[in-house]
Design a protein around this ligand. Sequence first.
Ligand code: IMP
Ligand code: MG
Length: 161
Amino acid sequence: MAELGDAITRDYAGETVIMVGVLKGSAFFLADLARSVHIDCTFDFVAVSSYKKGSRSTSGAVKLLKDLDEPIEGKHVIIVEDILDTGITLGYLRKIFLQHKPKSLKIAACLDKPARRVEPIEADYVGFSIPNQFVIGYGMDYAEKFRNLPDICILPPDFPA
Ligand code: IMP
Ligand code: MG
């Protein structure tokens, strides 16, 4: 976390940044990342439609459930996400955020599963790159459960839906 925070602090020295957390999975990561970043920053949150209950992958169609509260035009924006998986969610968010003409737009992802990518999108700041396994904890869920596990854990493939 310190390394990610240092990189962001360096890249945005003297600037103000809006960190936009993608609810709900990014909550823990945003809280830790923000405390490792030593620049002026504000928070905002968006929520997007998630998986069907008990499913382990994005349905493909993303819907915005909660929009930004503050305008991002002319601002430095970092989208903060728990996992970059197929890239469909972040591809969608990037597209709609760019329509608001931010001064810059970057992505910070706690985890990256490059093997699962469908959309050509990469994060600018990545905590860990992981293999194609379903993980829970540290904000990440399976059917809304397990977000409060303090550590990131692998959900066994035979765990009942
Ligand atoms: P994408 O649109 O496929 O990139 O999916 C991104 C979202 O799927 C992430 O923000 C997570 O909420 C969720 N997701 C992807 N992989 C996992 C996982 O292994 N555990 C929990 N949630 C996941
Ligand atoms: Mg998420």
